[in-house]
Design a protein around this ligand. Structure first.
Ligand code: AMP
Ligand code: GLY
Length: 427
C-alpha cells in the first residue's frame, strides 16, 4: 500500500516509523513532513491545513490510505473530503472532530450522557460569566476558550480579579481570536493526570497503553504551558482499577454518545483524564494522537499499526487484537531556548547521523528540523524527541537522558525531571 501521513512533527515521525514496519506498506509520503522525517518518508511541501492541496496530492500520487494526524485538518474536514474522492483515511470526520474542536460541544456531550467531568457553564457574555464565578465564589476557577487555541486557551484563575482579566482577554481583546467568543467556566479539579489514547472504529474502542505528559516548560512543573516537554508510558497512576472504572464510566459511554449524536468516532480518541478523589473525570478530549504521547505509546505497540488503523476505518476493530509490550518508554523533548515564546531557528544540530544516534540506543523523533545545504538545523520550538524503551521506567528514563546527552545545538533547552513524578508514584 502507498500511504500518505498528513502533518510534520514528532508525532507524525513516530507514526511514519511505525507504519513502515508493516509488511503491507510499500511506500510512504509525508506532507509536509520535516528534515528528519525525510529519512523515512518522501516529504512533499503541502501544508497540513491545505485541505484541497492534500486531496490533490493523494489523488495525483494514487495513494491507497491517508493518516491525518493533526487536529486542524481533521476539524476542517480532510477525512470527509478524502472520502468524497474515494480515498480511505484514518481519522474522524469534521463532525466527530468537534469533540476536540469545540469545548462547548464536548462539555455538553458529557453533561447530556452523564460522563464525569468538571462542573461548568457556557457563556458568550463576559459579565454573565463573571456573575456566575462570583456567585460560586470558589477559586481557583478555570476559564477555557471554546475553540482550538494551540493548547493555550485554558486559564486557571486564582481570584475574581484574575478571572475578570482572563474573560476580558479572551472575550473582548480576543487574544485567541474567534476561539474565545464563547467560553467554558469550570470547576478546578485535582489529582494526577493521565493521557489515554484509544483506537476507535465508530462502535468499538481499544485503549492503548496509558501515558503521562509534562506540559510546563520548566522543571518542577514551572513556567508556561507548552505542547509537551516529555512523556512516559505506562502512567503508574493509572491502576487496573482506574482503567476498569474509566472503561465503564468514560470510554464506552463516550463512544455510545458520539454514535447517538450521529457522529460516530473513528480514528484515535485521546482522553485527557484527571484521577480526582471522586473518581476519574475528563479534562479534555482530543480527536487525534497526542504529541509527544505518541512518541512513547507507539514504540510499545506490538501489533501492526497499519492493520489496526485499517480496521478502524472499516469498522472492524473488534476483530483485531491490539497488543502492547509490558516494557516502559520515556521521551525527552529537546526544545529551542525560549520556547514556547520567542526562539531562534536555523541552529545546526550535532550528534546525529542520518537523523539518528549512531549507537542506536534510542529513537530520535524529529519535531522541528530542516535540511539546509545537507545539514540538519532546528526549525521549530520543539526540535527532537528522544525515546528509549526498557523493562522498567527508571531504566527507560536513564537510557533516554543518556542518549539525549549526545545531541547538541545552540540554545538547547530540555527538562531534567521527566518521569520524576511517575517514579515517585511507583514507590
Ligand atoms: P487542556 O488544554 O484542556 O488540556 O488544559 C490544559 C491543562 O490545564 C490540563 O492539562 C490541566 O492540567 C489543566 N486543566 C484544565 N482543566 C482543568 C480543571 N478543570 N481543573 C484543573 N486543571 C485543569
Ligand atoms: N500532549 C498533549 C496534546 O497532544 O494535546
Amino acid at each position: 500500500m502507498k500511504l500518505l501521513v498528513v502533518g510534520g512533527g514528532g508525532r507524525e515521525h513516530a507514526i511514519v516509523k511505525k507504519l513502515k514496519e508493516s509488511d503491507l506498506c510499500s511506500e510512504i509520503l509525508c506532507a509536509p513532513g520535516n528534515g528528519g522525517i525525510a529519512a523515512d518518508a518522501r516529504c512533499v511541501p503541502v501544508a497540513a491545513t491545505d485541505i484541497d492541496g492534500q486531496v490533490e496530492l493523494a489523488k495525483a500520487e494514487q495513494v491507497d490510505y491517508v493518516v491525518v494526524a493533526p487536529d486542524d485538518p481533521l476539524a476542517l474536514g480532510l477525512v470527509d473530503k478524502l472520502a468524497e474522492a474515494g480515498i480511505p483515511a484514518f481519522g474522524p470526520s469534521a463532525a466527530a472532530a468537534r469533540i476536540e474542536a469545540s469545548k462547548v460541544f464536548s462539555k455538553n456531550l458529557m453533561k447530556k450522557y452523564g460522563i464525569p467531568t468538571a462542573e461548568y457553564e457556557v457563556f458568550d457574555e463576559p459579565a454573565k460569566a463573571l456573575d456566575y464565578i462570583r456567585a460560586k465564589g470558589k477559586y481557583p476557577v478555570v476559564v477555557k476558550a471554546d475553540g482550538l487555541a494551540l493548547g493555550k486557551g485554558v486559564l486557571i484563575c486564582e481570584s475574581e480579579e484574575a478571572a475578570r482579566e482572563a474573560l476580558h482577554e479572551m472575550m473582548e481583546e480576543k487574544v485567541f481570536g474567534a476561539s474565545g467568543s464563547r467560553v467554558v467556566v469550570e470547576e478546578f479539579l485535582t489529582g494526577p493526570e493521565v493521557s489515554v489514547l484509544a483506537f476507535a472504529d465508530g462502535k468499538t474502542l481499544k485503549p492503548m497503553v496509558s501515558s503521562m505528559d509534562h506540559k510546563r516548560a520548566l522543571d518542577g512543573d514551572k513556567g508556561l504551558n507548552t505542547g509537551g516537554m516529555g512523556t512516559v508510558a505506562p502512567n503508574p497512576c493509572y491502576t487496573a482499577e482506574a482503567a476498569a472504572e474509566c472503561e465503564k464510566t468514560i470510554f464506552a459511554p463516550t463512544m455510545a454518545a458520539m454514535a447517538a449524536e450521529g457522529c460516530p468516532f473513528k480514528g484515535c480518541l485521546y482522553f485527557g483524564l484527571m484521577l480526582t478523589p471522586d473518581g476519574p473525570k475528563v479534562i479534555e478530549y482530543n480527536c487525534r494522537f497526542g504529541d509527544p504521547e505518541t512518541q512513547v505509546v507507539l514504540p510499545l505497540l506490538k501489533s501492526d499499526l497499519l492493520r489496526v488503523m485499517l480496521t478502524c476505518t472499516e469498522g472492524k476493530l473488534s476483530e483485531t487484537p491490539v497488543e502492547f509490550s509490558s516494557e516502559s518508554a520515556a521521551c525527552v523533548i529537546l526544545a529551542s531556548g525560549g520556547y514556547p515564546e520567542h526562539y531562534e531557528k536555523g541552529k545546526e544540530i550535532s550528534g546525529l547521523e542520518n537523523g539518528q544516534l549512531p549507537g542506536g540506543e534510542a529513537m530520535v523523533y524529529h519535531a522541528g528540523t530542516a535540511l539546509k545545504d545537507g545539514r540538519l538545523v532546528t526549525s521549530g520550538g520543539r526540535v527532537l524527541g528522544v525515546t528509549a524503551t526498557a523493562p522498567d521506567l527508571a531504566a527507560a528514563l536513564e537510557k533516554a537522558y543518556a542518549a539525549a546527552d549526545n545531541i547538541s545545538f545552540e540554545g538547547l533547552h530540555r527538562r531534567s525531571d521527566i518521569g520524576r513524578r511517575a517514579l515517585e508514584a511507583l514507590r
